[in-house]
Design a binder for this molecule. Structure first.
Ligand code: FAD
Length: 403
């Protein structure tokens, strides 16, 4: 995609967010639900098929264009951006990259048109940061599978028409990625969670009691699901970084506008160095977050079957550890989510007492921003991933056996 095309698409997303999302964000937060018509509008623009190839009804965007759109949607409403990011990110890309041609023909057009919203079900009551300990099990039932277990905090969980679900298929390292239909017998959606932020996003528990899943609905190799999921989470993390930049940018813009309007000591508070420093720090950190998000988006590589960006360091350039897509995704998510929470926190401060009131938008943005430090992997896990990748690369280069 050319830069001018990307700019045009981003402008379209911004216009949509300004007209269709931002005016309703406070109301949706208050009532803890989105207006369901928003998904129809997103589908009309093609935003539910951003990473799906055109032959399956999608827009076939590259990741750089995708993150540009996500940032704008998050600027308008973080809950909408999260729903869109889960659907396009881990759900659609895992299918594009690892499902068979027949499975892709079955699922991708439905996702692209919005006929089915996608959910990604990995987390469990006892397994969050450590996906190696999944208790949900898929057992062989003749040629097919029967799945039982419990999933937690699943975004789009109740609305979804298609759920990519991870379940242990054998010993602890054997995990399968299945596509499960929410209409299947034994599949129950729990009550909606009461969340701190992203209140309009649907976060639910799922229960599965002997849910019958056809052999045709297993994606790829029955032991490789965790590998596919980790790759999909790289995409999810870059998407979260873009959402964070959008939320942070909204907070920064509110703070700057308010600083020009609010007068104390006979002048706009924007004249005070302390306020200017806050605004400058927000701008600096968000710009860094955006640059790292774009960098990580490019590292994700093409969105085609079987392909994923490289995890290998670029030894020719003599730069270690931070060249692979996994490390770059973690760096982007860590930096952008930190920048967003900080920007929203400082925006509340710039608004003073008004900032603490529900009537003003910055307290909602602070609650929303905090989520970007948790879902898809916490900030602590991002640091762990970055250090692991760095140490492994350096160790491999030194010829260490344990690397
Ligand atoms: C709004 C929202 C939406 C979500 N959507 C989805 C979804 O769609 N699908 C899905 O599968 N999941 C989803 N999740 C779950 C989310 O991915 C997990 O909450 C997250 O990965 C953390 O897992 P946990 O909550 O079990 O925390 P834990 O893993 O129990 O961690 C608790 C604390 O310990 C720290 N910690 C854990 N391990 C380490 C370590 N090795 N080193 C240092 N610190 C560590 C963590 O950073 C954290 O501070 C969502 C969560 C939220 C809040």
């Amino acid at each position: 995609m050319s830069t001018s095309e990307r700019v045009e698409i981003q402008a379209m997303a911004r216009e949509f967010a300004a007209a269709e999302l931002r005016p309703y964000a406070a109301e949706w937060d208050e009532r803890r639900d989105l207006d369901a018509t928003v998904f129809g509008k997103l589908a009309e623009l093609g935003f539910l098929g951003m990473l799906i190839p055109e032959k399956h009804g999608g827009l076939g965007f590259d990741f750089a264009t995708y993150v540009a759109v996500l940032e704008e949607l998050a600027w308008g409403d973080a809950s909408v951006a999260l729903a869109v990011a889960v659907h396009n990110g881990p759900v659609a890309t895992l299918i594009v990259r690892h499902a068979s041609a027949e499975q892709q023909r079955r699922w991708l057009p439905k996702l692209a048109s919005g006929e089915a919203l996608g959910a990604f079900a990995m987390s469990e009551p006892r397994s969050g940061s450590d996906p190696g300990g999944l208790a949900t099990r898929a057992r062989r039932a003749g040629p097919d599978w029967s799945i039982s277990g419990e999933k937690r905090w699943i975004t789009n969980g109740g609305r979804a028409g298609l759920v990519v679900l991870l379940a242990a298929t054998g010993d602890e390292h054997a995990v399968g990625a299945f596509v499960v239909s929410p209409t299947a017998a034994g599949y129950t959606v729990g009550k909606r969670e009461q969340t701190l932020g992203l209140r309009a996003s649907e976060t639910v528990a799922l229960e599965l009691h002997d849910v019958a899943v056809s052999a045709d609905d297993l994606i790829g190799d029955e032991r490789e699901g965790l590998h596919y999921a980790m790759e999909a989470l790289d995409v999810g993390r870059v998407g979260t970084a873009a959402q964070a930049v959008g939320i942070g940018r909204a907070a920064m813009e509110h703070a700057a506008t308010y600083a020009l309007e609010r007068r104390q000591f006979g002048q706009p508070i924007a004249r005070f160095g302390a306020i200017q420093e806050k605004l400058a720090r927000m701008a600096e950190r968000l710009a860094a977050g955006r640059a790292l998000t774009l960098d990580a988006a490019v590292a994700l590589g093409p969105v085609t079957n079987g392909a994923a960006g490289s995890t290998a360091p670029d030894r020719d350039r003599g730069r270690l550890g931070l060249e692979g897509r996994t490390a770059r995704a973690a760096v982007a998510m860590l930096a952008a989510s930190d920048a967003a929470t900080n920007a929203a926190d400082e925006a509340v401060q710039v608004f003073g007492g008004y900032g603490y009131m529900r009537h003003y938008p910055v307290e909602r943005l602070l609650r929303d921003a905090k989520g970007t430090e948790i879902y898809g992997g916490t900030s602590e896990i991002m640091r762990h991933v970055i250090a692991r990748e760095l140490l492994r690369d350096v160790g491999e280069l030194r010829g260490d056996k344990e690397a």
